[in-house]
Design a protein around this ligand. Sequence first.
Ligand SMILES: C[S@@+](CC[C@H](N)C(=O)[O-])C[C@H]1O[C@@H](n2cnc3c(N)ncnc32)[C@H](O)[C@@H]1O
Length: 398
Amino acid sequence: MNMQTDIKNGDVFEIELEAWTDQGETLSHINGLRTVVFGGIPGERVRVEILRVKKEYVAAKVLETLSASKDRQPIDCPYFGECTGCQYRHVTYTTQLEVKKRYLEEVLSSNLSLHNGIVKDVVPSPTQDNYRNHARFTINKEGMLGFIGKETRRFVHITKCLLMSDHINNLMGTLQGKAAQTRQLSIRASEFSEGHLIQPKLKEAGIDVDTGQPFYYEHINANRFKVASPSFFQVNNDQVSNIIEAILGSDMIDENSRVLDAYAGVGTLAILIAPYVKYVLGIEDSAAAVADANENSDGLANVSFEVGKTEDLIFSKDFDFDVAILDPSRKGCAPEALQGLLERTPEKIIYISCEPKTLSRDLAVLNTKYEIMEVIPFDMFPHTYHLESMTFLRLRNG
Ligand SMILES: C[S@@+](CC[C@H](N)C(=O)[O-])C[C@H]1O[C@@H](n2cnc3c(N)ncnc32)[C@H](O)[C@@H]1O
């Protein structure tokens, strides 16, 4: 029990839900304390159970909806609320997209003054389930696969995850009860993959599937990508195709474009746009990913890759580019990388982001010299609060 309050785990309250939090829960107050509620929708009156009492906030989950929002839909997953991987499964898909767009507008507006219409509608995911090609499971002492609840920190044994590809769900079934040697297990496979990748290698007797592969292959459109175990690959193949289509349909690149693809991974974006530009240089920090990228781009004369940090190579590399693609991890770009861009002033920048807060911070820096033309959100992660977006920027004259 927390000394500041007499609220304790397991207590039940009836409350009104006020607003969305930045992680897909709803905000409310109990006895004046900030309360973060899983499984609700703002405006609803609900009965909640307290899960955890912390100094900064009280965590709760919806037990019963007393007055339901029109945006609510039936929950189709038996683990929802115990497993906290999906925050929006109870919210209609149209509303999920609206909530994400509004959130992105709010976060960008906190650092930038954007006029209406700059943030476009969210591009929906062609499939809202079975879209993930990568699962990271927690393993319990009995070797069962599952996930950890965010607030309860309890292990939730899962026999099927609706977000994962069928291929992953089948492999998960085969490995249940046989993975006790490890606490974490990564499975990568999709309807677009050749083979699968399971790490670490499992040594238990009776496992009738190969594990411990150093790499596997994913496909985007007609292209095959080798992905080594340490390398990053986007989790939703269909949405990568949509991002590429949006770039090709824009005026950001043409056959004369000399492109820097910073944070290049296994070369996915560089390789998919290479046929439409003069050349692409990819920069990537992971040597394993660059080895994949070199193999993936074999036969393409106008693509090359360098191992290194964007913030270093942008200054040291003697290379001309008029378009920069930035696709950093959630922490965004290093200040030195942004400084490098402001000094080298490519005519156009395409900033692909998976974290609106760092995007907003970085755009405020770039905005000193670049105009923000449009921001296109992509729903790369349906049923979760995560949000991918692509921003087009253009160097201001003078
Ligand atoms: C979000 S992923 C994007 C990969 C790729 N663009 C794609 O679409 O698959 C970010 C990549 O940046 C790499 N990375 C992280 N920090 C970096 C840095 N400072 N400089 C260059 N690459 C970095 C990571 O290894 C990872 O491959």
